[in-house]
Design a protein around this ligand. Structure first.
Ligand SMILES: [Mg+2]
Length: 279
């Protein structure tokens, strides 16, 4: 495993499935914690965000793993939305890229940036107004972010979308723009991201120590903050598509492989850290 700080290209990463024996070996005598993204990781990327439904196999693999270790779903989606889609009670959920965190039975509720809600409300209205005539453009309000989805926008209209987003950003200095797969997003301009959120969760759980081995699986640019946060102390896995620099250690090819990985990891922990075969 590389320990330097230079990002690797995604196509250079070793397969997490082929490296499972090494990973399970690192777990021996330690507790695992799994942080996992939703879109593109637990479900394939789809044309419309509301169609990203979790498969029964994936839900089963998540339940299996949650029986063996703490599992937290860390998503750019709104907290209520990601919780409804995953629909497993005893998981931790972090929505809006970690700005909105909630544990099982209301434990560990935490919200970052509540004072930014009025600015988000205003920017949302302005975005809806200025983007309403662009075909295929979808504005999605999450509690702590506004996503502008342009996957279905014609190429000729893309610059109009970005221009409109940038104009609104200019009049809301306390918001900042981030990006991801076919999405622009406005969120509070605070030093907070998925990486900071998982650091906070680990501390709250008393799991910021050596005897804990955190895993993180994600597919997008916002997951890179988590990869960097856990680069020295955890195991980070990218679900890869296009070739780009990444701070992750390992890769999986698609959500179907994530499902196999979660299942085999759960089985291995159950059997006391011994690797189990494919079945
Ligand atoms: Mg994702």
């Amino acid at each position: 495993m590389q320990e330097d700080s230079t990002p690797t290209m995604t196509d250079q990463l070793p397969s997490a499935l082929e490296s499972l024996e090494e990973l399970v070996g690192r777990l021996r005598g330690r507790k695992a914690v799994m942080f996992i993204d939703y879109d593109g990781t637990l479900t394939p990327i789809v044309e419309r965000p509301e169609l990203a439904i979790l498969s029964q196999e994936m839900r089963q693999a998540l339940r299996e793993l949650a029986g063996q270790c703490t599992v937290a779903v860390v998503s750019g989606r709104d907290l209520a939305d990601v919780r409804r889609l995953v629909n497993i009670e005893d998981l931790l959920y972090a929505g809006s890229h970690g700005f909105d965190i909630s544990g099982p039975e209301g434990h560990m509720d935490y919200q970052q940036g509540r004072e930014y809600l009025p600015a988000l409300d205003q920017a949302e209205q302005a975005l809806r107004r200025s983007l309403q005539d662009i075909a295929g453009c979808q504005v999605e309000r999450k509690r702590f972010a506004i996503a502008v989805h342009f996957r279905r926008v014609a190429d000729d209209d893309l610059s109009k979308v970005e221009k409109a987003v940038d104009q609104i950003l200019e009049s809301h200095e306390n918001l900042r723009k981030t990006g991801g797969k076919k999405i622009f997003e406005l969120r509070p301009d605070l030093p907070w991201d998925k990486g900071k959120a998982i650091r906070w969760i680990l501390q709250q759980l008393g799991m910021h120590r050596e005897e804990v081995l955190p895993f993180y699986i994600g597919d997008d640019l916002t997951d890179e903050d988590a990869f960097r946060e856990l680069r020295e102390r955890g195991i980070t896995i990218l679900v890869r598509d296009e070739n780009r620099p990444t701070a992750a250690h390992f890769a999986l090819e698609e959500p179907a492989q994530v499902c196999v990985f979660l299942h085999r990891l759960a089985q291995s922990i159950k059997r006391g850290g011994k690797l189990v075969g494919t079945h």
